[in-house]
Design a protein around this ligand. Structure first.
Ligand SMILES: [Zn+2]
Length: 97
């Protein structure tokens, strides 16, 4: 049970690629609203996502599946967060394409 901690990777619900939690944004749902959890401090079930993969995750209805919801969560808060975050993002490593 404890061995899994050694390789702490999470799967992005958008592109299904695995990354370290540092590279992904944790998302939780409270009262039907998807909320960004950048410090991964909130309890409960979370979904992990690249900032760039929000649109893909929405198209695939990945949140409902990942968070075991019967209906899609309200993504307005999360969308606004990702939009403002990627706008000021100073790509820390190699730029993608
Ligand atoms: Zn992704």
């Amino acid at each position: 049970m404890t061995r899994a901690r050694a390789s702490s990777v999470r799967t992005c619900v958008g592109c299904r690629e695995r990354n370290h939690p540092d590279d992904l944004l944790r998302v939780v749902v409270e009262d039907g609203i998807a909320i960004p959890d950048p410090t991964a401090s909130r309890g409960g079930r979370g979904a992990w996502l690249h900032h760039d993969c929000l649109e893909m995750a929405v198209r695939r209805r990945a949140f409902g599946r990942a968070l075991r919801m019967t209906s899609a969560p309200d993504l307005s808060v999360l969308t606004a967060y990702v939009a403002s975050n990627s706008a000021k993002a100073a790509s820390p490593s190699a730029p993608e394409a």
